[in-house]
Design a protein around this ligand. Structure first.
Ligand code: ATP
Ligand code: MG
Length: 579
């Protein structure tokens, strides 16, 4: 976990791209505060001149000036609100984008630990809280600070004793808010907690309604609901009270400030230390402070929420991706060789999933990977795509260690048809191209035909699929994933049970298609159904994360002692039993 200072530094780094916008906003806010302070100064001038007995014309001119300043203040306030919102959105959109990109770049392990719902809340909900904070709280807080400093400055020019009084007043008022803050925020998070319990309880009891009713537990289940409601009410009242107390404290300090300033001014005017006009100025300024103090109370909850959100956002950005994109070596063009040198892997829970894997496949070969469920076949294929990083040893593609190849290049050269195909809501074309605009419709249709989806290609590739790809069968989805590979034309292809959900007739067609796909590429085919492996050159048998057999398919099939031959015989028996 980063320290608080590290977090502030990280926050500053997030604001830096928009630094000039924020500086502009600050200037606008300072102008606004300046104008607010100017109003009472003009009134002071009017009072001064009126008591000195000046002409009506001069007074009218000052009054008009006062009106202009008041109107300008309103205009600047509008401009501040607008610029603040736009700037906050601009900055937080940048953060949202960075966060989304960062989360997408995090490894397999991270995504196993965090649910999509949680990440959506981080990327959207939390960033919105931060945006609210930046757009509403920061400009007001800055305005209040400018105003307090400006006010003390102006009073210092008029009379140092007034400035001193103002300093004491500001210090007391701010201390009152800060002291009350802790309590109010505590009460408000208590309230959130008791509402969460209330709703959680309702949901649980509705889900279990059947059980509760059949067990005759309705009455006391209802009683729990009454208790939770009472609890929620109690904490809502406590929160309301805490906030009311703060309002009173703020209004009380403004009231006390006004009374003290009036008495002090009266005494000072009586002794000719200041003029009536100065006294008027002081009184106006004391009243002016009420607004920012009330705002402070108003925005407490936003600040608290944004604080938590900001910490979570920054902590998430600090999570280091396990797979780093730091390579710069491009492997030679054409099919690539694949080599595993003493590779070991575990998913971070101490149980070795792969151990001392030593395999070498020449470029352009087709390799069949077999083994029992859980033997590590899918994990081995993830290593070739660098979806996970080997915990020991190294994987080399075309003789280049995989971590030295830029991820872009790797993703371009290596393609995977996974065991579980994910379809996206969009057209068939979108699902094949994954929303890439570049491939032509003809190229997409021919990729579909190559994958055996002739009817889909002829039926129009702009047909929309429902959410999650509804409208295609599981087998069609697998074939569509194959079409993706065709379109991309990679140099290494990994098929993980790509034909598992296809009926035997379609499989025969597909086998020919896969044989064509293997042509000119290195292909790794994972299959339970051995008939799928009729065209491969080599066979690797995995068992409990170890290679227990590796050789030419024909040699192994001929060797009566080989595990592969044994598996083939089992498969033949199965087919013989099947009707
Ligand atoms: P199948 O034939 O059923 O697809 P497989 O050979 O592809 O099996 P893998 O998916 O590689 O097997 O799994 C190998 C081992 O790693 C299994 O024991 C499995 O429980 C474990 N494993 C797989 N994926 C994960 C994961 N994401 N997190 C933790 N353990 C995993
Ligand atoms: Mg698998």
């Amino acid at each position: 976990m980063p320290t608080q200072t590290a977090r502030w530094r990280a926050l500053a780094a997030l604001l830096r791209p928009d630094a000039w916008r924020w500086v502009g906003l600050g200037a606008l806010v300072a102008c606004g505060s300046g104008l607010i302070l100017t109003g009472p100064l003009i009134v002071r001038e009017i009072v001064d001149r009126a008591t000195a007995g000046t002409t009506t014309g001069q007074l009218t001119r000052l009054a008009v000036l006062f009106l202009i300043v008041a109107a300008a203040t309103q205009l600047i306030n509008m401009a501040v609100a607008w610029v603040a919102t736009v700037t906050a959105w601009h900055t937080t959109n940048g953060i949202r984008l960075r966060l989304a990109r960062h989360v997408l770049g995090l490894s397999h392990g991270f995504h196993r630990r965090h649910t999509p719902g949680e990440l959506i809340q981080r990327v959207d909900g939390d960033v919105t809280s931060v945006s609210d904070f930046m757009g509403r709280v920061i400009p007001r807080a800055a305005g209040a600070v400018f105003m307090m400093v400006g006010m003390i400055g102006v009073l210092a020019v008029v009379d140092w004793r007034l400035a001193l009084g103002a300093v004491v007043y500001v210090a007391v008022a701010v201390a009152v808010v800060i002291r009350g803050r802790h309590r109010a925020v505590g009460e408000s998070s208590d309230e959130m907690g008791s509402y969460a319990r209330l709703y959680g309880g309702i949901e649980e009891r509705l889900t279990a309604a059947e059980d509760l009713r059949s067990n005759g537990a309705g009455a006391h289940a209802m009683w729990r609901f009454v208790e939770d409601s009472a609890d929620a009410l109690g904490s809502a009242v406590r929160r309301e009270k805490a906030f009311l107390r703060m309002w009173w404290a703020v209004d009380g300090s403004v009231g006390a400030g006004s009374v003290v300033s009036l008495i002090a001014s009266a005494l000072m005017v009586g002794r000719h230390m200041i003029t009536v006009a100065d006294a008027f100025l002081l009184f106006q300024y004391v009243l002016l402070l009420a607004r920012p103090l009330e705002d402070m109370v108003d925005q407490l909850e936003t600040v608290q929420k944004a604080n938590g959100a900001m910490v979570r956002v920054i902590d998430l950005l600090e999570v280091e991706p396990e797979v780093r994109d730091e390579g710069t070596t491009l492997p030679a063009g054409g099919p690539l060789s694949v080599e595993f040198r003493d590779v070991a892997f575990d998913y971070g829970d101490e149980t070795a999933v792969l151990q001392s894997i030593n395999l070498s496949f020449a470029a352009g070969r087709a390799i069949g990977l077999v083994g029992r469920t859980g033997s590590g076949k899918t994990t081995l294929s993830r290593l070739v795509l660098r979806l996970v990083e080997a915990t020991g040893g190294s994987v080399l593609l075309g003789g280049v260690p995989i971590e030295q190849i830029p991820l872009n290049e790797l993703r371009r050269r290596v393609a995977l048809v996974p065991q579980e195909v994910e379809l996206l809501s969009g057209t068939i074309r979108d699902n094949v191209t994954l929303f890439d605009e570049v491939p032509t419709d003809d190229a997409v249709a021919s990729a579909l035909r190559n994958a055996g989806l002739v009817s889909l290609a002829d039926g129009g590739i702009h047909r929309r699929l429902g959410a999650g790809g509804a409208g295609l069968s599981a087998g069609e989805a697998q074939l569509l994933a194959l079409a993706r590979v065709w379109l991309r034309d990679p140099d290494i292809v990994v098929l993980d049970e790509a034909t598992a959900r296809i009926d035997p007739a379609t499989e025969a067609e597909l086998e020919a298609a896969v044989a064509r796909l293997c042509n000119g590429r290195t292909t790794l085919i994972i299959a339970h159904r051995l008939s799928t492996l009729r065209h491969v050159d080599e066979i690797v048998v995995l068992d409990h994360g170890r290679v227990v057999e590796h050789g030419d398919r024909t040699d192994l099939a001929d060797d009566i002692d080989s595990r592969y031959r044994h598996l083939l015989e089992l498969a033949l028996d199965d087919e013989a039993v099947a009707p």
